[in-house]
Design a protein around this ligand. Sequence first.
Ligand SMILES: NC(=O)C1=CN([C@@H]2O[C@H](COP(=O)(O)OP(=O)(O)OC[C@H]3O[C@@H](n4cnc5c(N)ncnc54)[C@H](OP(=O)(O)O)[C@@H]3O)[C@@H](O)[C@H]2O)C=CC1
Ligand SMILES: CC(=O)[C@@H](O)[C@H](O)COP(=O)(O)O
Ligand SMILES: [Mn+2]
Length: 381
Amino acid sequence: MKNISLLGATGSIGLQTLEVIREHPQEFSLYAMAFGKNIEKALPIIKEFKPSLVAVSDEQSRRALLAEHPRLEVIAGNEGLEVISIEPAVDVVVNAVMGSVGLQATLKAIEAKKQVALANKETLVTAGHLVMEKAKKHGVELLPVDSEHSAIFQSLNGEARNDIRKILLTASGGSFRDKSRQDLADVTLDDALKHPNWSMGAKITIDSATMMNKGLEVIEAHWLFDVPYEEIDVVLHKESVIHSMVEYKDNSVIAQLGTPDMRVPIQYALAYPSRLELPKSKRLDLIEIGKLHFSEMDQQRFPCLRMAYDAGKEGGTMTTVLNAANEIAVEMFLTGRISFLEIEELIQRAMDKHETISRPDLGTILEVDHQTRTKVLSYLD
Ligand SMILES: NC(=O)C1=CN([C@@H]2O[C@H](COP(=O)(O)OP(=O)(O)OC[C@H]3O[C@@H](n4cnc5c(N)ncnc54)[C@H](OP(=O)(O)O)[C@@H]3O)[C@@H](O)[C@H]2O)C=CC1
Ligand SMILES: CC(=O)[C@@H](O)[C@H](O)COP(=O)(O)O
Ligand SMILES: [Mn+2]
């Protein structure tokens, strides 16, 4: 039995992680969970899974939860994410919060030598060098939950790193895959939230539409698999059936395929190194699908992808800025304060104005993250 600490239990990945736990009561148990303020979604989870420990983002949410569960142990504030990541009884930490707020919990979980199932890609974009150094030092293997990275991880199984020629990340193209740059000028929030293949949280759905999601994933792949940016390519593949591939020096390409269902990579990370049945997930029927499509990525059409490559190659604090500016810009788009195309403008402006600090420590990362958020907000005054 693995005891799980689930950060972001009320979100899209969180709820699908709970489905996996529900399917395998002999294998997994929810020991602790964290969420922000969404008490309504959290209450039925607490009732069903009876976690021993709950972390919430603020004191008001803590009081609201205690009103319903007076004997529950509830911690308020961001440090709660860290507390539930190092609990001695916990075996696996699933980091599925949205944003760089998840960074310190990842670092603490690694220090405590937990098995870490990482959905929170912003952690690696913000401070990949710190996370990977710590993982190496403590002998912890990070288990990717992001579908592409799970596919790459599985495609690398047993292979020698110096035999890799390329990582091939697949991209669905997001909600606006078939629109021109001109069309993008007046797209709406509702349209942006309609991802063609995946049902996900709002922020990542917008990231898919701007293609920043793929940019963040390029940086995520760089850190997770220790591959230079020149050896990471993105291929447009509208069906999201091939979740990603690795090309080797003998021209072999190894891929992982499946229907688009996040419970598969989530369960793979939880059960690793075993595989378990997942009966409620639809099996892949290639005859039914018939054709798969691939095309080249156009970085003029999707400038956020180009910005992510630029930031990744620059390194240091530039990826921290990319991520923080993107988080704020997306939040402003989601709340109707800016248009879709202003997202990329704000990120580019934040990057242009930043002087990179190389090999930043945690204090510097947190400072740059904070300053970038404040600066991007000030651009709208
Ligand atoms: N959804 C998907 O299919 C995929 C997601 N990912 C990555 O996984 C992560 C989560 O994505 P997704 O599930 O879509 O996001 P959601 O927005 O659906 O969920 C985010 C979760 O984080 C919680 N949260 C937010 N802020 C805090 C905080 N300060 N303290 C504690 N909890 C907090 C939210 O709580 P509350 O509900 O209370 O706000 C919620 O439970 C992201 O990094 C995303 O890029 C990667 C691949 C696929
Ligand atoms: C499910 C998942 O891993 C998402 O990150 C997904 O990949 C988004 O799809 P695109 O960014 O390719 O549109
Ligand atoms: Mn992904």
